[in-house]
Design a protein around this ligand. Structure first.
Ligand code: CA
Ligand code: CA
Ligand code: CA
Length: 335
């Protein structure tokens, strides 16, 4: 029975590998569990088990995953991360903490999965307050990777002996020459409008878009809109893959000390829209965390803060700020 289910899943997956959308639509016609072994649920393109019936240390949790032909879940792409976080909120797991596959126990600060793959660092994966980002190796003793409700399900390093819930990822061909984990986690081609020509002067191709990081201009949000001009808009980020690409570019080019305007605003309080008319995605993994009296998620400025920025000190997550602040425009070419 088990082998039968596994082979059905493998066939369904491989036939739809080129189109996650198609697979997802197809799976929705019937129970998603039909494509996953007992206990596992289809999340994005992976069979995952959210183990909420047990609280274990990191090593004990790994053993449980192994016993169901799985491994602790490795987070590898922003798109996969979005699927996991949305599933947690949709299924009412929102008060919990979950172990993931990842540790720096061997070599402090060098985060790797159980197969030796690098755990992606920075935004939009790890939790960030307005002035600091995980991992913080608190008290010098945090060496295991978790998703914590206390950090709005961003990544955090925690004490490996803590007993918490965990997420297993079905991994039936672990010993085989075809690595299931690899085939399911190859970053999918991200559906976004790709500008196929060369980018105009001052624009660089990032995440399939032509972007201008106007580090020379310090302007209000309204002024920044003007700076982008007729053939550009302030950037509208609706895809976590684009946020990742922007974050990596800022660090590659050593301009991560700059804070940029995006095109989002909530002139109608709480209703965040871009100048392009698109909705601003809310929650994790877009908006940063903010520590005041307690840790909350942005936006937190109410009617005082109505414009959207990628804030340098806050690890370039989304944050609301006063529209009269003087920041650098981030424009996307639409010509
Ligand atoms: Ca930590
Ligand atoms: Ca506001
Ligand atoms: Ca704010």
């Amino acid at each position: 029975m088990f082998r039968y289910l596994a082979s059905v899943f493998a066939i369904c997956f491989s036939s739809a590998e080129s189109s996650e959308e198609l697979f997802w639509g197809f799976a929705n016609l019937t129970s998603g569990d039909q494509y996953c072994p007992e206990g596992y649920s289809l999340v994005g393109s992976q069979c995952l088990m959210f183990v909420t019936f047990a609280e274990q240390s990191h090593s004990d949790a790994r053993q449980v995953c192994h016993s169901t032909s799985g491994e602790l879940l490795a987070i590898t792409t922003p798109t996969q991360f979005v699927h996991v976080v949305n599933h947690i909120y949709a299924y009412g797991y929102s008060g919990r903490q979950f172990w993931l596959d990842g540790s720096d126990a061997e070599n402090e600060g060098n985060w790797v999965t159980s197969t030796g793959q690098a755990v992606p660092r920075g935004t939009p994966f790890w939790a960030a307050l307005q002035d600091s980002q995980q991992p913080d190796n608190a008290h010098g003793r945090e060496q295991c990777l978790e998703l914590s409700s206390l950090e709005f399900f961003y990544l955090n390093d925690a004490v490996c002996e803590d007993k918490i819930n965990f997420i297993c990822q079905y991994n039936p061909q672990k010993q085989g020459k075809l690595d299931f984990a690899t085939t399911t986690q190859v970053p999918k081609a991200v559906p976004m409008e790709v500008y196929s020509g060369q980018c105009p002067a001052f624009y660089v191709e990032v995440g399939g878009l032509c972007l201008m990081f106007a580090t020379w201009a310090e302007e209000t949000w309204q002024e920044a809109k003007q700076t982008c001009g007729d053939s550009s808009d302030l950037l509208a980020i609706t895809d976590a893959e684009v946020l990742r690409a922007v974050y990596l570019y800022l660090h590659e080019e050593n301009i991560a000390d700059h804070t940029f305007w995006l095109g989002g605003s909530d002139s109608s309080e709480g209703n965040w829209v871009y100048t392009t008319g698109e909705s601003v995605p809310m929650g994790t993994p877009f908006w940063g965390l903010y520590r005041g009296d307690s840790v909350v998620q942005e936006p937190q400025g109410g009617t005082r803060e109505n414009c959207l920025m990628l804030h340098s000190g806050g690890s370039h997550y989304f944050r609301d700020v006063t529209c009269s602040s003087k920041l650098n425009p981030l424009c996307v070419y639409n010509g």
